[in-house]
Design a binder for this molecule. Structure first.
Ligand SMILES: Nc1ncnc2c1ncn2[C@@H]1O[C@H](COP(=O)(O)OP(=O)(O)O)[C@@H](O)[C@H]1O
Ligand SMILES: [Mg+2]
Length: 361
């Protein structure tokens, strides 16, 4: 029986998701284990993994060979654990006897450049550049009056800053989890000093796009794309995330609530509905295709798309390790499909058409 290993930086991460997957293995004839990159012993090349015992619902210690398939759910930050894990995971990605379901995407700036190269996608991407210095920020702010700074390596809305310039004052809005923070700067010098303290890592800058609905709530659409049992991409769920009133973040850890896509969609004018669906279709078709071409195989993608006030559709963000929370909440009937899909895709990867299983000696 082949093994699918769920790999995360700590076995305390995504416990619910891993247990739900583990409870479904029997039907698929796939052994399921979870482990961290640090559980791999470089001498023996064996892994001290946890394997799930269905009848008791317990995870038991077991020593295994490097699994034939790895579901990579490592979320890297700037902590020392992430720094230690990265070279191990990079080594595993090159290990010839294992296949990752998906090879996690690079940073946001690289993704932006990959997507920019596609003529049809270019039109959906906000005009983005890498921050080269404070004058770059000041120039864009004076020109646009509002812009968004976001870390090149980031996620979940962390470190995203909205700058607005009005009446000679700059207002900076950002979030610490659910807490919205606001700072005001009476001069560009004061803003410069602050950005020097805050922007310690690479940042990208974009014009601010008005994504607030008519009542002042910022909304975006999360679309989950996955490869299914025939190895083809499919759109498997949609949800709308609605952030704080008069806020700008629509991430869940920024305090957003989840709406059903269809209910939100019905409130749009008919003409806009047709155009939006058309745009979503174009984005969902080309994004996986371009990223796989430029980057390598992927299993799933979470797309953050928004409909701006002027009716224009934008693609904000692409996540190769998407969460399932918004989709499960907006479309609970996708539950079985979502929890079965890593196994279904794994089964596909075993077919001769997909390359089959690389056997251990
Ligand atoms: N250019 C922008 N204009 C307006 N809002 C934005 C812009 N960029 C990002 N946002 C808001 O910030 C959120 C987080 O940005 P995103 O690019 O998705 O980064 P993250 O990886 O942190 O989720 C978006 O979901 C959206 O609500
Ligand atoms: Mg996002």
């Amino acid at each position: 029986m082949v093994t699918l290993g769920f790999m995360s930086l700590s076995t305390s991460h995504e416990q619910g998701y891993a247990a739900e997957l583990a409870s479904r293995t029997e039907a698929h004839q796939i052994q399921f284990v979870r482990f961290t990159p640090f559980d791999l012993s470089p001498d023996s090349m064996l892994i001290n993994a946890l394997s799930y015992h269905t009848p008791s619902g317990q995870w038991n210690d077991s020593t295994i060979e490097i699994p034939e398939f790895i579901y990579d759910r490592c979320f890297y930050g700037r902590d020392s654990l992430s720094k230690k894990a990265k070279p191990i995971v990079d080594w595993l990605k090159k290990y010839p006897k294992t296949t990752f379901l998906g090879y996690g995407l690079a940073d946001k700036w690289t993704i932006q450049n990959y997507l920019q190269s596609h003529a049809d996608l270019k039109a959906y991407l906000p005009d983005t550049s890498l921050v080269s210095g404070f004058s770059h920020i000041a120039d864009l702010l004076m020109k646009e009056k509002a812009c968004v700074l976001k870390p090149v390596s980031g996620g979940g809305g962390r470190g995203v800053i909205l700058l607005e310039f009005r009446d000679k004052t700059t207002k900076a809005t950002y979030h610490f989890g659910k807490n919205k923070q606001i700072k005001r700067f009476a001069s560009l010098n004061a803003l410069e000093l602050w950005t020097k303290k805050v922007l310690l890592h690479s940042y990208m800058i974009q014009p601010y796009l008005s994504i607030q609905d008519k009542n002042g709530y910022p909304c975006d659409i999360r679309i989950l794309l996955q490869k299914t049992k025939n190895g083809k991409w499919a759109s498997v769920g949609k949800a709308v995330r609605k952030g704080y009133q008069y806020g700008f973040l629509s991430n869940l850890n920024g305090g957003a609530e989840i709406l059903k896509f269809d209910e939100w969609f019905r409130s749009l004018p008919k003409m806009q509905q047709a155009l939006l669906l058309d745009d979503i279709d174009t984005i969902s078709t080309h994004v996986p295709q371009v990223l796989e071409e430029k980057h390598g195989p992927l299993f799933e993608l979470g797309l953050d798309i928004c409909l701006a006030n002027d009716g224009k559709v934008w693609l904000f963000d692409v996540n190769s390790k998407p969460g399932r929370k918004s989709i499960l909440s907006a479309e609970p009937n996708t539950k079985d499909f979502l929890y079965e899909s890593p196994f279904n895709y794994c089964t596909y990867l075993m077919t001769p058409e997909a390359g089959g299983v690389i056997q251990h000696d």
